[in-house]
Design a protein around this ligand. Structure first.
Ligand code: NOJ
Length: 732
């Protein structure tokens, strides 16, 4: 539709219709063309329902085509609906969880995964996905770390911008493109105590320098929508935070798209205690700039009253409705209301071999090898293997948000490994996936966990381990123990699994542990008893195949931790780019006292950000800089030569960190500023050069200006965030 036509449409719409565009209703309100009970609670009578501008979580080409038709017939101006849903790491073909994708350090891969998710979900009729999540995460207790690409602002920015590109392409109306909704704006990843939905306390500088950049990158990549977060920032809930939504998001970041609240968040303004009633919640939200109320009674029940009473100017409604119409227009819905919805296309693209292939590649590239003593891995295909643990015979290898995928589409490890040419391969469950009494509430399934007879299962496993040459233990947390509303006070594996590990290792020390998780865990026990450790995260539809290839050495692991594994829960929140302190500490934590340290545990995480091994080794030359001084407008080149010093081919992720030696405010110990993946055959080497420019050195200074400051800088280039391989230069 031309802009003048769209403007005319807006001018012809009634106030009720415009407000309708600003209301999103959940799909389950709508049964057989009639409102069900919960919708009435939202204040929607049957006719109002058809004024709603968007529908949440309805999927399926046939259903969407029929709903779109019904809605458009009843909407006075026949305006099409927007169909939105959470397509987080794939639709029917499921990719590794975002935290695992972060470990690939491969934005191009994330972009391809997102574009496949777009192709599949648009065939099923969707127009908007509630992804990517750009929330920075530092606290593994928070269940939603799995939805983030990790603890680093730069890596998150690279990954989330890539995802936006993958979803949207360059033209939303194009076939297979979906609008992306960036979330959760802002700071949702830092709830106090790691408890979901809890208060967030961030200093303005920490917010601006660490937390906002990844959202900014996704905005620059053109995300069509932004979702507000549930949390407060400086005691103001995001959905009512005018400074955050107007000054920061719209004015400073230049976001021009649609802002939607999170689910029910406008109503939650009452719980937060900043609104006394629905009218106040509606006034605060519309004034802050929320265009769409996701599933709460606030806009449906209160917005019109406020306009009628002259409290909210109609111009604010016009602006919000205009943005929503514009998005519909960009998606081409006025000409093509069902966009790509097609049962035929669904048949063709969902889970097609090409998509499965990318899922497999993504899984392979997201696994992180943490330990490999004595080249325990790859597994020896000429030796017998005992496959023990609750993860061998399950097809639940997808993250919690894979709500539209079917477990049946996913092979189990057992099914894949049985086909491998080991002289003998035997399986035993060993123990349950969780301890009895573990609280598990799933998004979709409420099926009870199977608890085998613990003593019998353990005895069988130990017997098997004793007779095998090598043991592969598949352990991990239940997939529903991470995700939304799944915060944890403890970060260890279930007791029953730890017991299994110890007893198995006692009879056969040749143990590899592969573990499935949505968050970094305290794996000190695994570290102690296993010779090799591979983190598989929640690898998705092709996880089993990918694991078979990596564990047997057909493919070498190449993932790097996007989030540190803490030594124990007492260290969290933890991140490599901490601020300097007046009493820094290195060394033996049991020896000193009056430093910034613990008396009983080290300061360092068990495995730091950026860390990961492979089946070969790499050597780095010292860092060389082509000049020792840098001026604004110039480029400094920092190089290293990386050599594969082992016997197998492998991929190294070369990481660039910069430290600002002294600033007008305390600066982080170091910050990731670039990375490069390099594949090298044994004995081969390659020079890797990073460009460093003045704008990479900017931060919010003592006056809150975003600028760089002259002085000394250290450049670190190495395999992870602890590298000491460095050079120095001065900014003039
Ligand atoms: C609540 C979650 O916080 C958000 O991430 C999600 O997109 C919405 N629910 C919609 O399902």
């Amino acid at each position: 539709m031309r802009t003048d036509e769209l403007k005319r449409l807006l001018s012809e719409m009634s106030l009720e219709e415009k407000i309708g565009q600003m209301i999103q209703i959940p799909g389950y309100f709508f049964e057989d063309g009639h409102l069900t009970g919960p919708a009435l609670e939202m204040g929607l009578e049957n006719d109002d329902l058809y004024l709603a501008g968007s529908l949440l979580s309805v999927i399926g080409a046939e259903k969407i085509v029929s709903l779109q038709k019904t809605f458009m017939e009843k909407q006075p101006h026949h305006i099409p609906m927007l169909f939105m849903a959470d397509i987080i790491n794939g639709y029917r073909t499921v990719y590794p969880i975002p935290l695992a994708q972060g470990c690939s350090f491969d934005p191009n891969l994330a972009e391809r995964c997102a574009s496949v998710a777009a192709r599949e979900s648009t065939a099923s009729g969707l127009h908007v996905t509630f992804s990517p999540m750009a929330d920075l995460v530092r606290d593994a207790r928070w269940g939603r770390v799995m939805e983030s690409t990790g603890e680093d602002a730069y890596l998150n920015g690279e990954m989330t911008a890539a995802m936006v590109r993958g979803y949207q392409g360059s033209d939303l109306a194009e076939k297979g493109r979906i609008a992306s909704c960036l979330k959760h704006f802002a700071g949702y990843g830092a709830p106090d105590g790691g408890r979901d939905y809890n208060t967030v306390e961030l200093s303005p500088r920490t917010l601006l320098d660490d937390y906002l950049p990844a959202y900014q990158r996704a905005v620059e990549a053109g995300t069509a929508m932004v979702m507000t977060s549930f949390n407060t920032l400086d005691r103001i809930p995001s959905s009512a935070n005018k400074w955050l939504l107007q000054t920061i998001l719209r004015e400073q970041m230049g976001f021009e798209g649609v802002i939607i609240s999170d689910w029910g968040a406008l109503f939650e303004l009452l719980n937060h205690g900043i609104a006394a009633d629905l009218e106040e919640a509606a006034r605060l939200s519309i004034q802050a700039g929320v265009d769409i109320d996701m599933s709460s009674p606030v806009y449906p029940k209160a917005l019109k009253k406020l306009v009628d009473a002259g409290i909210v100017p109609v111009e604010l409604i016009d602006l919000a409705a205009w943005r929503i119409l514009e998005l519909k227009n960009k998606l081409g819905l006025f000409e093509n209301p069902c966009k790509d919805a097609s049962a035929e296309a669904e048949q063709k693209v969902l889970l097609c071999p090409e998509h499965r292939q990318i899922a497999q590649e993504a899984a392979e590239k997201s696994f992180v090898l943490l330990k490999n003593d004595g080249d325990t891995l790859p597994l020896d295909l000429h030796a017998s293997v005992a496959c023990i643990g609750p993860y061998w015979d399950t097809n639940k290898l997808k993250g919690a948000w894979s709500i539209f995928a079917e477990d049946e589409d996913c092979a189990t490890l057992k099914e894949v490994f049985e086909k491998l040419p080991f002289p003998s391969i035997q399986f035993a469950e060993g123990c349950a996936i969780a301890d009895p009494g573990t609280f598990i509430v799933a998004f979709r399934e409420t099926k009870e966990i199977d608890f085998p007879d613990p003593e019998k299962a353990l005895a069988e496993a130990v017997k098997l381990a004793r007779s095998a040459d090598q043991v592969a233990l598949a352990l991990g947390e239940h997939r529903e123990t991470t995700g939304e509303g799944a915060s944890h006070g403890n970060l260890t594996l279930p007791e029953c699994q730890l017991r299994l590990l110890k007893e198995v290792a006692a009879v056969n020390p040749n143990v590899t542990v592969v573990f499935f998780t949505g968050r970094p865990l305290d794996i000190r026990a695994v570290q102690q008893y296993a010779k090799a450790i591979l983190v598989a995260w929640m690898p998705g539809t092709e996880g089993a195949k990918a694991l078979a290839r990596v564990l047997t050495g057909e493919v070498a692991p190449s993932g790097r931790l996007s989030m540190a594994f803490p030594y124990c829960v007492g260290q969290v929140p933890i991140h490599y780019n901490q601020m300097r302190t007046g009493r820094p500490f290195h060394g033996d934590y049991r020896k000193e006292r009056f430093f910034s340290k613990y008396l009983d545990i080290p300061n360092e995480p068990l495995y730091p950000f950026g860390y990961g091994l492979t089946y070969t080794s790499f050597a780095y030359s010292p860092v060389t800089l082509d000049q020792t001084a840098l001026r604004a407008g110039e480029t400094l080149h920092a190089s290293v030569r990386v050599t594969n010093t082992g016997k197998r081919a492998g991929t190294e992720t070369v990481q660039l960190y910069i430290r600002d030696v002294a600033g007008s405010v305390t600066r982080p110990l170091r910050e990731l500023k670039g990375f490069r993946k390099v594949a090298l055959e044994p004995g081969a080497s390659q020079e890797i050069t990073f460009e460093i420019t003045e704008d990479m050195l900017r931060f919010h200074d003592i006056h809150m200006n975003f600028t760089s400051e002259p002085g000394a800088f250290e450049v670190y280039i190495g395999p992870d965030s602890t590298t000491e391989n460095k050079g120095t230069f001065t900014l003039q």
